[in-house]
Design a protein around this ligand. Sequence first.
Ligand code: ADP
Length: 384
Amino acid sequence: MASDINSRTRKRPPELRELALRLQSAGDASVPLLVLRQPDFERIAWRDGKRAARRMEMRTTHAFSSAARRALRNGDLTAHDRGSDLFVVAMASPARRTDVPSPIDCRAVLERIAAAMSLETELPIETGWTVIRTLPETDLRAEIERALDRGIADRERYEFLSAIGHELRTPLTSIRGYLETLLEDDLEAKTMQRFLQIARREAMRMGRLIDGMFLFSLLDLSAGALLGSACDVSAQIEAACEVVRPLARRRGVRVRHAACDGAVAQVDADACLQLLVNLIENAIKYGAAGGTVQVSCAISGRDVAIAVDDDGPGIAPAERETIFGLRVRGSRSGDRPGTGIGLAIVKMIAERAGGCIRAGESPLGGARFEASLPLKADSRARLS
Ligand code: ADP
């Protein structure tokens, strides 16, 4: 019955079923659940045969057990089912009841075990963690999925923030360079003016980057948060048009939109608004000055289909898939300022909600961005 953390003679971690029983017998407590996944077993089995995959599993299991023994306390539990790509740790040691592990502790333990497994196999390990209640009704499999989903979201967030951090250095270096030249050199008034303008432009660019960063960190992009809630898409279109009104006025652009009754999408209202604002703002920014932007919405099967059309230069056909990448800018952006963050956020919101986003050609002559968001289940029933 004991896990390998308690019994040092045991070679293999117990099965997941056993871990579930041990947790239930521990009474009601909140316990961090750490999950590690070796995604390559299947590929190895397919490419090199079942035996090779089995050998790889044994090596990974051995690395998991020894690293866990070093990183965990007595009473913490581990589990792995033979043939599965999942390795699980429950930080259930009674000693932790008074000394509850912080998120940093959980992540540190997870990274330590993952590093040991990855070093042994030279293959990347996926990780994630969550906190579970040790109640009989706790569905351990669902919690494992939740931990892995959260791990993906954490990694995306980390990559995003480190990319932004890197981007912030460029304008900062440029501002510093111009200010130092202004302070140290004897320059003509005209040159001074030009340098100050450049420094101001770069400072504004930094501001936009920081705005994007805050926006991203404020959005709770975990799958659970987006799937749990729903919103009326027409109301969000209305709200988004309000938000972009000052920009539309400045560029003399008319934003037309039509309502779509009963279009309740399974996505959080803030996230939906963000998606719409990013698309409509782009349509105004890249569309023709004094032109038209059209926002439409329709129910299409099990989805709400939203289209934002403009009359600008459009997106070059070769860029219609890559344009959603983080910090990617299109070849037709001209001198419009931008950071390449907005569409990456749009894609993340649409996909996290179980939908998708496409770029294409608009009947207005410019770009068409089409987002599909899943209709909320009960509104689907009502409409059919
Ligand atoms: P940003 O506009 O800040 O550069 P986005 O991620 O919102 O960042 O957009 C990425 C790129 O996609 C833009 O730089 C631009 O080249 C292109 N793009 C987005 N929307 C449009 C549009 N409506 N028309 C033409 N190009 C667009």
